[in-house]
Design a protein around this ligand. Sequence first.
Ligand code: ATP
Ligand code: MG
Length: 249
Amino acid sequence: MNNGYVTNLLIDTRNANKEIYPYNIFPLKNHQNIKLDNKVTFFIGENGTGKSTLIEAIALAYGFNAEGGSTSFSFETKNSSSELYKHIRMKRSLKRPKTGYFFRAESFYNVATNIESLDELPAPCEKIIKAYGGKSLHEQSRGESFFSLILNRFCKNGFYILDEPESGLSLERQFAFISRLNELVDEQSQFIIATHSPIILAYPHSTIYQITENGMCEVEYEQTNAFKFMKMFAENHSNFLNELLKAKE
Ligand SMILES: Nc1ncnc2c1ncn2[C@@H]1O[C@H](COP(=O)(O)OP(=O)(O)OP(=O)(O)O)[C@@H](O)[C@H]1O
Ligand SMILES: [Mg+2]
């Protein structure tokens, strides 16, 4: 069951060259129907398995700017986005979101700069920075500026795509992030999130897709490496470290 805005991602790479990026990153089947059965969908996997490539393509297919931001941002500082978005079709529900945002930790700085330069132009409307808590995002720490974003800019009835929202967040803030996520979900928002965080991944009523060299499959939270390693470490960190360091000798 999904009461969100996008219910399926249909990826068709039949005519793509699987030898080259981005089609070589993980074994994309010719036809892939990714069901977004919950209002929160996670993509997980080891470094380099293709999460950012996929999530960026989903964001572009939806209409976001590749660098991040809302659908009204249209700037480009680098042109490294892949063509994968052209192979993605979204099955949308009849409901339309009222707002949306594509957050990517690695280029949030550019979005912050873009907000400041847009606000320098004379305009008959409120400054965009007001929606981010009023204080320049460059004058806030990484974790603080992300929190300003999700507290002030993210609101109900939104469609949000986030790449590594845990970046820069303390553990306490990651717990606070889950609370905010839950509030927004209760207010009819939908999220697609790539993460390495075992804390954020614990959010219930979500679907987790794990990407490995064998492809993509749905997994339960307790089956994820993020959870298993966190559990092993927390249960006996000295033993865990002894084994780890012994193995390296
Ligand atoms: N513009 C590009 N051209 C060619 N290869 C690329 C490009 N961008 C990424 N890659 C490669 O594609 C693979 C997937 O990269 P991607 O950034 O999607 O991984 P990821 O799962 O998000 O990793 P991480 O967890 O480290 O963020 C990597 O091997 C990367 O080197
Ligand atoms: Mg990534």
